[in-house]
Design a protein around this ligand. Structure first.
Ligand code: ADP
Length: 519
């Protein structure tokens, strides 16, 4: 991909900055050929990858190198886009929001600095992948579990910073953050929480520190570059008990949410189950052309054939209980009684006890199988996800489900949705799977995405995370008091980053000098 210069930077100064970066990290870690830029593009983009073209990539190996790079970037006004492993698929992958931005690839910083078995935590660098941490725990027989997202190709730090989640009781990954080391846009190095004491004995034990707590300020923001992160890990339980069930009708998701929400809130259910439609499973095991060749959304009667073939329900639910055997059994009885009010179907029960193979445990075992579904439409596949957060009631969930499915049908995309039940909310992840070389298809997907943002905003729902191309649209739906929160974010941005070098535009937050770039 040919070079697109960032705003405010001449070609000569861009080159000078790259040379200075090479002086810090070594020539081989400054990646600036057309091919290099291609590798850091959004590989799943729905036809708009050219809105987010990286200028180059730099791969530092330490916080000190990052500090030096940040100082150079300030001197030449080079925007930097930090990534941990850059596998943020569906949200922009490794690409920056603003073309010409230099990707700061932290993948080389992949040390597991500490794992504390007694107190259940680790301290890691950004490049540590879910597979790396899982293997480390397994190989060293450390009885601690992490929680992984459906596709576990990325990094533990990147996922927690984007508020990704997995399916164990520790699934809300951003909540497990305890203490960070961060390079500020000025180049200053800080530690949050009690890590701000040079000899802290509790950095990974106590989240709040003293005075304002800053960890979440560096989450989904462009206020700092995280170079170390403390994460709480779950002690391996004595047993787990899985309850799997398939619900045959589209509207069954309503009563399922009403029954499960109070059990999630009162702690009978400690993990956040995902209630997913069957396309999610069918798309990872087959291709659309095996079932249907038509252009529009796959008709309901064809979907029924798919369900019959794979023995699936319209919705599929996997609940998992973690802890002591007796307690799990008691909780399972409560859940079964709640479902028995609505269906004669029985749960399929999966039991695991300490010492059984980990694969059947419900621990966060990393896998990339979920990626298979991008082949659904054929060609070079991609996907993008629209994920609004709603109150956990059947009224909200059914209304949202029917409205979204109708939008998909209007635009001719197969409905692919799930509802993940948190303690006091439901995250409705809607995936759009496409052939990214089919311009007619991707332009429909882009139109669908915009329509869904507007529909959700009318209902008072926002997305919990979004793709680069929609960061401004979603930020602008936070409109209370003339966008007071966005104005606060940008006030902080300008104070911390007066030259506007760190991830301009991330989450819709623009530095003063680049606000005209807002979409
Ligand atoms: P993953 O490795 O899980 O795929 P990414 O590296 O793609 O995650 O990170 C997702 C997003 O999170 C990035 O686009 C960036 O905005 C932010 N991010 C990732 N790592 C860092 C970091 N170390 N410091 C600051 N922001 C980061």
């Amino acid at each position: 991909m040919a070079l697109v210069l960032p705003p405010r930077v001449s070609e000569k100064n861009f080159q000078k900055a790259l040379d200075a970066f090479a002086g810090v990290v070594g020539k081989q870690w400054v990646l600036a050929t057309d091919e290099d830029r291609g590798t850091y593009m959004d590989i799943y983009a729905a036809g708009d990858a050219d809105h987010h073209i990286p200028g180059a990539a730099v791969g530092p190996q330490s916080a000190e190198e990052i500090q030096a790079i940040v100082r150079i970037a300030n001197e030449y006004k080079i925007p930097l886009w930090p990534i941990s492993r850059g596998k943020n698929l569906g949200y922009g992958a490794a690409a920056p929001r603003l073309s010409g931005t230099v990707v700061l690839d932290l993948g080389r910083m992949k040390r597991i600095l500490d794992v504390n078995e007694r107190f259940g935590y680790c301290l890691i660098e950004p490049g540590v992948g879910f597979f790396d941490l899982f293997n480390h725990l397994q190989e060293n027989k450390i009885p601690l579990w992490m929680s992984v997202p459906a596709n576990a190709w990325g990094s533990v730090v990147g996922n927690a910073l984007e508020r990704g989640y997995g399916y164990t009781p520790y699934g809300d990954n951003t909540r497990n953050i305890c203490g960070m080391e961060v390079v500020l846009p000025s180049g200053e190095l800080i530690r949050t929480g009690t890590g701000a004491m040079a000899n802290s004995a509790c950095w990974q034990l106590f989240k709040h520190g003293y005075g304002p707590a800053w960890d979440q300020m560096f989450v989904q923001s462009n206020f700092g570059i995280v170079t170390k992160m403390g994460m709480w890990l779950m002690p391996e339980p004595e047993a787990t008990l899985g309850l799997n069930i398939q619900l045959p009708e589209p509207d069954d998701v309503g009563w399922a949410v009403d029954e499960l929400a109070p059990l999630r809130l009162n702690g009978v259910l400690q993990q956040s189950p995902s209630i997913g439609n069957s396309l999610r499973i069918a798309a990872s095991q087959s291709q659309r052309s095996q079932w249907y060749e038509g252009d529009g959304a796959m008709p309901d009667d064809v979907l029924r054939q798919v369900l019959a073939k794979f023995n699936l329900g319209w919705w599929n639910i996997n609940l998992r209980l973690y802890g002591y055997d007796d307690v799990n059994e008691a909780h399972a009885r409560i859940i079964k009684a709640a479902f028995a009010k609505h269906t004669k179907q029985e749960f399929q029960v999966v039991q695991w006890h300490r010492g059984d193979p980990i694969a059947d445990s419900g621990a966060g075992v990393p896998s990339t199988n979920a990626l298979q579904m991008v082949n659904w439409r054929g060609g070079r596949g991609g996907h993008i996800g629209f994920s609004p957060v709603l109150p956990p009631t059947s009224e909200h969930v059914l209304k949202q489900f029917h409205a979204t499915k109708k939008r998909y049908e209007e635009i001719g995309v197969d409905y692919y949705g799930s509802f993940t039940l948190m303690e006091r909310s439901v995250t409705n992840v809607n995936l759009m799977v496409y052939d990214r070389d089919n311009e007619a298809m991707t332009s429909r997907v882009r139109a669908l995405f915009k329509a869904l943002i507007a529909d959700a905003a009318r209902e008072g729902y926002s997305e919990y995370r979004t793709h680069l191309s929609y960061m401004d649209d979603v930020a602008l739906t936070f409109d209370y008091n003339n966008h007071a929160l966005l104005r606060l974010n940008e006030l902080v941005k300008d104070a911390l980053d007066p030259n506007g070098i760190l991830a301009p535009g991330k989450q819709g937050i623009w530095p003063r000098a680049l606000r005209t770039e807002r979409a």
